[in-house]
Design a protein around this ligand. Structure first.
Ligand code: TXA
Ligand code: MG
Length: 331
């Protein structure tokens, strides 16, 4: 079921995909649940397996720019973005080509497609071996935390996918930046490892500020997935905590040495299973890589609540805080 990625298992996975099956594949961001994007029935299996609402479109993964240009239209600016950041953790929203054969279900009937070339040797090998564009949302149940390890995928999807291709933990740890480059000015619909300043530096244009309440124009959601409660653990989160309440677990960032527990005690005395540090040195890349796995560990300890220390709202911190805000949202 879980197979270590190698030439043989990648070929096997490619055959599964060609036959309409589902494969969980590693990418540099998070694990994806892949299916042949040209095959409506295969894409429907993704939605069913994740219990994903059909209005929420999927990202289409391709091995190279040529394959991307076969399905979507690139303006000169979009081409510049592709050259600057692909392969990499950036999904571009582009107009569908008229002759595009990607299943309409995959793009939820929208006139645009989300496309990216993942920077992961296994994902690229699988794309090449299958010869298919692959629709792949994060390999979790809809609304839950995205998986960054094969074990984390197996926790929710074992027995419901045809193969989990295992290649260790994901380098970035957060889902790709989504950049809508289909309109007059580029808009970041989902913050990620490629930041607004990165895009500005590479393209010379400032992308429109990300709107955390879901960027909307003409009453139509621009990234339908961003309107949902998302990335959520079962336990309540308390953000920007500077001390602990009794019964809380701690998700620290930087030094937790001076953090106290209300009524007495120090955070450093919490038992190991109730305490994780995203990055003791305050490194945002390390924190992004650890975020989902640490939330999952603390969640499974079933504390009363998880207190999360403040994360600076700069660089990758913007994407981390975006995921934390979603994780803290209750219905
Ligand atoms: O890093 C990633 O992007 C991972 C890996 C597996 O590549 N995939 C991922 O997919 O995060 P998913 O399905 O969890 O998130 C896709 C997001 C959703 O918020 C969806 O609404 C948005 O992309 N999206 C897809 N197609 C779109 C489109 N045509 N226009 C606007 N938003 C779109
Ligand atoms: Mg997802």
């Amino acid at each position: 079921m879980i197979k270590t990625a190698n030439a043989q298992s990648i070929n096997e996975a490619a055959k599964i995909l060609q036959n309409g099956g589902l494969v969980a594949m590693p990418t540099e961001t998070v694990y994806g649940l892949a299916a042949n994007a040209l095959d409506g029935a295969a894409v429907a299996r993704i939605f069913a397996t994740k219990s994903r609402p059909a209005f929420n479109p999927l990202i289409i993964h391709v091995p190279d720019l040529e394959a991307a240009q076969q399905i979507a239209l690139f303006t000169p600016l979009a081409l510049e973005a592709a050259h600057a950041f692909w392969p990499g953790p950036l999904s571009l929203i582009l107009p569908r080509r008229e002759d595009c054969r990607i299943s309409d279900l995959a793009s939820a009937g929208l006139p645009t497609l989300a496309v990216r070339i993942p920077a992961h040797p296994v994902a690229l090998a699988l794309l090449r071996a299958s010869g298919l564009p692959l629709a792949a949302p994060s390999a979790n149940e809809s609304g839950k935390l995205s998986p960054t390890t094969p074990a984390h995928v197996a926790d929710t999807l074992a027995g419901r996918v045809d193969m989990i291709l295992a290649a260790g933990s994901c380098k970035v740890g957060l889902e790709s930046t989504i950049l809508d480059i289909s309109g007059a000015e580029p808009v970041i619909l989902r913050p990620g490892a490629i930041t607004a300043p990165d895009i500005h530096a590479a393209l010379g244009v400032k992308p429109c500020a990300f709107n955390p309440d879901g960027a909307c124009t003409e009453n139509a959601p621009k990234a339908p997935g961003m309107l949902l409660k998302h990335y959520a653990p079962d336990t309540n989160l308390r953000l920007r905590a500077i001390d602990l309440e009794p019964g809380e677990a701690l998700l620290a960032f930087g030094s937790e040495r001076f953090m106290g527990i209300k009524g007495g005690g120090a955070a450093t005395h919490l038992p190991e299973h109730l305490r994780r540090n995203l990055s003791e040195s305050g490194d945002l890349h390390e924190a992004a890589r650890n975020l989902f796995a640490m939330l999952k560990v603390l969640d499974s300890a079933r504390p009363r609540q998880i207190a999360v220390m403040p994360i600076p709202e700069t660089g990758l911190g913007i994407a981390i805080n975006d995921r934390l805000k979603r994780a803290a949202q209750r219905d």
